[in-house]
Design a protein around this ligand. Structure first.
Ligand code: THU
Length: 140
C-alpha cells in the first residue's frame, strides 16, 4: 500500500494522540503507536505497565496484538510517539521485542515512523532497525 502524505500525517497525529492513553505509573514514559494495515485501517496502541514490571506491554505490541486478534495479518506502516509524561514526544525507537514482533508480520521495507511532533518525524525501514532479525523464513 502506498504511504501517501495524507496517510503519513494521519498516522503521526494518531500516534501522538494515542500517547495520552498510556498507562505508565512506574516509568512515567508515555508511548503511543498507530499501526496501518494493508487495507488502510489504523489500530492504535499505548504502553500498559504492570506492578510486576516484566508484564508490561509496549505501545507497538499493543497495536499489533489488537490488530492480529481481529484477523489482520498485513501491515503498511507504524508510527510511534514516546516521551516523558507531560513533556513533548521525542524520537522513541522500538525496543528489541517489538522489533521481533514486527519481523513476524512485516517485511524488510516496512516503514517505522518515529514521531517528535506533527511536523517532525523520521522514517526508517524495519531492515534498518532490525538487520538479520529472526523471522518465519528461518523456520522454513
Ligand atoms: N516502551 C514502549 O511502549 N515502546 C517502546 O518501543 C519503548 C518502551 C514503554 C515500555 C515502558 O512502559 C516504558 O516505555 C519505559 O520503558
Amino acid at each position: 500500500m502506498e504511504l501517501d502524505t495524507k496517510t503519513l500525517r494521519m498516522l503521526v497525529r494518531v500516534a501522538l494522540l494515542t500517547r495520552d492513553y498510556a498507562y505508565a505509573p512506574y516509568s512515567q514514559f508515555h508511548v503511543g503507536a498507530a499501526l496501518l494495515t494493508a487495507k488502510g485501517r489504523i489500530y492504535t496502541g499505548c504502553n500498559i505497565e504492570n506492578a510486576g514490571y516484566s508484564a508490561t506491554n509496549c505501545a507497538e505490541r499493543t497495536a499489533f496484538f489488537k490488530a492480529v486478534s481481529e484477523s489482520e495479518r498485513e501491515f503498511a506502516a507504524i508510527a510511534i510517539a514516546g516521551g516523558k509524561k507531560d513533556e513533548p514526544a521525542d524520537y522513541t525507537p522500538p525496543c528489541g521485542i517489538c522489533r521481533q514482533v514486527m519481523a513476524e508480520f512485516c517485511g524488510p521495507e516496512f516503514p517505522v515512523i518515529l514521531v517528535r511532533s506533527e511536523e517532525e518525524y523520521q522514517i526508517y525501514t524495519l531492515a534498518e532497525l532490525y538487520p538479520m532479525g529472526f523471522s518465519p523464513k528461518n523456520l522454513e
